[in-house]
Design a protein around this ligand. Sequence first.
Ligand SMILES: Cc1cc2nc3c(=O)[nH]c(=O)nc-3n(C[C@H](O)[C@H](O)[C@H](O)COP(=O)(O)OP(=O)(O)OC[C@H]3O[C@@H](n4cnc5c(N)ncnc54)[C@H](O)[C@@H]3O)c2cc1C
Length: 469
Amino acid sequence: MAETIYDVAIIGSGPGGYTAAIRAGQLGLKPCLIEKNEKLGGTCLQVGCIPTKSLLFNAEIYDHMKAGKDFGIEGLDGAKLNWTTIQDRKNKIVQKHTKGLEFLMRKNKVEVMKGYGRLTGPRKDGVLTVEVQGGSSIKAKNVILATGSEAKMLPGLEPDDRLLTNIEILSLKAIPKSLVVVGAGAVGVEFASIYKSFDCDVTILEMLPRLVPLEDEDISKELMRAFNKRGIKSFVGTKVEKIEKTKTGIAVTFTPPDGKQQKLEAEKILIAVGRAPNTANVGLEKTKIKPERGFVHTDGWMETEEPGIYAVGDIIAGFPQLAHVAFMQGMVAVAHIAGKPARPLNRNRIPNCTYCEPQISSVGMTEAVARQTGREVKIGKFPFSANSKASIVGSHEGFVKVVADAKYGEVLGVHIIGPQATEMIAEAVVALEMEATVDDLMFTIHPHPTLSEAMFDGIESVYGLSINI
Ligand SMILES: Cc1cc2nc3c(=O)[nH]c(=O)nc-3n(C[C@H](O)[C@H](O)[C@H](O)COP(=O)(O)OP(=O)(O)OC[C@H]3O[C@@H](n4cnc5c(N)ncnc54)[C@H](O)[C@@H]3O)c2cc1C
């Protein structure tokens, strides 16, 4: 029998890989998906986006229950968390969607192969070969590398039951009494928020001068204020000097900006200092691909320096490591392979979402970046405290901040901190995608009473015309 030659072999079944595989099937290509783990879905489904958001939802419900009296609901004092049920619920959600992916692979005629995939070199006679450990090698006209990333550890340390990464912290046997979080990016502040809601004593240590350092400065300030109010202790501009085991837990020595070294003991420490791309052992050296600190460069169609080898997701240089970035890159790569229309990703139109309490989302330029471009900038800002729906849901923290070009009114960036911020940002993404102006949005009717009206008021406040402040 003639050997199968796939149109595309995809290495890695996270959001980048599985989206590429499904879209390839939809477009009539013959795809093969190679995954080293037992389960499909990658970081996002197994140990990232989905399980964390499941815990965050428990945290949200529990916080509402603790505030029950304010809503006139009595008898909720002393509500207890059942950690086993919380964990089971999270695991069932992950299992359900893992099964869903398996179904989608069958539906779209994607051949799934379990094993570690590695490139063997450039195309020969128009065909690339991928060696699959534990199986045979396969041949394909194109390959998409979607091998994702792994949590970085501090030098010389290995994760265990007290020193945690995103993997261990998701399956703790009990809620710890105290937790130190090293790193205040999205992963760090989400876990800090979850465990604080679960009545754990949480301290954040961040080396850079502010929490969520990639967000607009006003957002970082507001998060710091909100976290302080919640009792989450945050040290920014702080260097971790040493981490050591103690009899009962783990201790961290750190130097805050005042230079006075401190030592803090906790039951657990989460290390959330970024994620390294999984590209060290996938055969890049046998190709023309020249990674930079492990990250792969591509053109707008996600094709690398090596013809026929594409790359998507967390391994791509210059893009944020987010599931929705990986999804879109997977779709662009496959459309290009299939000769179908697609658009390269615009780095400036990618929404960032952090699902802590209060939630954060943003798209486009921060105020500082917009000013650095040399243009004249106008700012609109609207607090949720003046939004009627925010009062109804009892969540007044935060604001919507709009960064606009003063001359033409183009919306350059939108930054939200507050209730449902991660849902609200989609409108701003469409606005930027359509190159909408402040005037376009000022005459776009928003339903009342909704949180999305805060976006409308934020837009109007660019011209000092918000009706509600
Ligand atoms: C705690 C946490 C929460 C997060 N929350 C969010 C969120 O809410 N929203 C969001 O947008 N992003 C979130 N992210 C980021 C998101 O998970 C990643 O951006 C996304 O998973 C990247 O997708 P990917 O396809 O590039 O790689 P991954 O999801 O990492 O998948 C890569 C897959 O490739 C497999 N693999 C690797 N090497 C090989 C090989 N050689 N052969 C075969 N298989 C291989 C791996 O086993 C894995 O299954 C979160 C991340 C973490 C850690």
